[in-house]
Ligand binder design. Structure first.
Ligand code: NAP
Length: 312
């Protein structure tokens, strides 16, 4: 079967680190064009300065992967759907839940495929954890998500603007795992968000969760964006059977009672593109709003503290 032609919109860090190499290596997709306000291309495919130029010039390209920041994504996705394209979206999907709801309804109305991705969910160790927790229940859960904003978002001022999520941009990856593996719903009980005095989004966030479970599991989470010693991306559970289940390396290593039971490399974006091909075959959309909903509650419930200025 001929490969499906896809265009990448927004050729920043994640497009260059993941989307373009994964498309290059894909059996299902081939890159047909990029859309870049700065004119960033890839290989010898055409580069357009706006999606409208792409849609006019290449009607045969009916798939787009939108890799912009979340604050502008609703407008890009709407425009793509209106132009008759099927759409893959980076995370976090949008800044607000109402925008996401609108995109779901609009895609359905126009009979287009809308695939809203959470890359951290594409790990076999995450799937195994979900099964374990479904079997044994959860007594406690602790998320620790610490990384360097200077390493992962170098010079990206949008992360510090309203709607840029701050440290909740990586933190929502933890929530995308957490909401996927938990066997019961969790809610934000309280949160503390620390904002650099000169910025609009938080650099450090602590959350305590609650649930409707009678055994009152203890659940909490901590995100920090100034960790320069390397990434700490872990979620540790104690199951109802007393076993310690720990996801490390962002969901790529699973330990049970200290022993590694599953460990694998990075196949997240290859998994996402495989899933997109599958959804396109079935003409089916896929959106999981739970991580964004939980993160919105963090902002709604959060107490605000002010910390030192942040400068690159
Ligand atoms: P980035 O390096 O700033 O790239 C985003 C690109 O979007 C820009 O380079 C620009 O590309 C385009 N763009 C269009 N409108 C824009 C606007 N108003 N402001 C800024 N850029 C605009 O950001 P990124 O790290 O790739 O992140 C993009 C998305 O991927 C975010 O939602 C993020 O959460 C997600 N993500 C990032 C990482 C990571 O490691 N950084 C990992 C996984 C997911 P052109 O100049 O080509 O138009």
């Amino acid at each position: 079967m001929a490969k499906r032609k896809i265009a990448v919109i927004g050729v920043g860090k994640i497009a260059q680190d993941q989307h373009l190499p994964v498309i290059d290596a894909s059996d299902d997709f081939e890159l047909a064009a990029t859309v870049s306000t700065r004119g960033v291309g890839h290989g010898d495919v055409p580069v357009f300065r706006s999606p409208a130029e792409l849609y006019n010039a290449m009607p045969e390209v009916n798939l787009v992967s939108i890799c912009t920041p979340p604050g502008v994504r609703h407008a890009y996705v709407r425009e793509a759907l209106d132009a008759g394209r099927d759409v893959m979206m980076e995370k976090p999907p949008t800044t607000t839940i109402s925008e996401l709801d609108d995109l779901i309804a609009h895609a359905a109305r126009l009979d287009r495929v809308l695939f809203q991705t959470w890359h951290s969910q594409y790990n076999a160790a995450v799937d195994r954890t979900r099964t374990l927790l479904a079997e044994e229940g959860v007594q406690s859960a602790r998320i620790d998500w610490r990384e360097s904003v200077r390493k992962w978002h170098p010079g990206q001022d949008w992360v510090w603007e309203p709607g840029g999520f701050g440290v909740c941009d990586p933190g929502i990856n933890a929530f995308s795992i957490f909401t996927k593996v938990m066997p019961f719903p969790v809610f934000v009980e309280r949160a503390k968000l620390t904002f650099p005095a000169n910025r609009q989004t938080p650099v450090d966030v602590e959350v305590a969760f609650k649930s409707g479970q009678p055994h009152r599991p203890e659940m909490s989470s901590a995100f920090n964006w100034l960790e320069e010693s390397g990434e700490i991306w872990t979620i540790a559970f104690v199951t109802g059977a007393g076993n310690e289940v720990k996801l490390e390396r962002g969901g790529r290593t699973l330990r049970v009672n200290g022993a590694v039971v599953l460990e694998h490399g990075d196949a997240e974006y290859a998994g996402i593109y495989d899933r997109f091909a599958d959804l396109l075959d079935r003409r089916q959309s896929e959106v999981d709003a739970a991580p964004l909903r939980l993160m919105s509650d963090v902002f709604l419930m959060g107490a605000r503290e002010t910390g030192p200025d942040f400068d690159w």
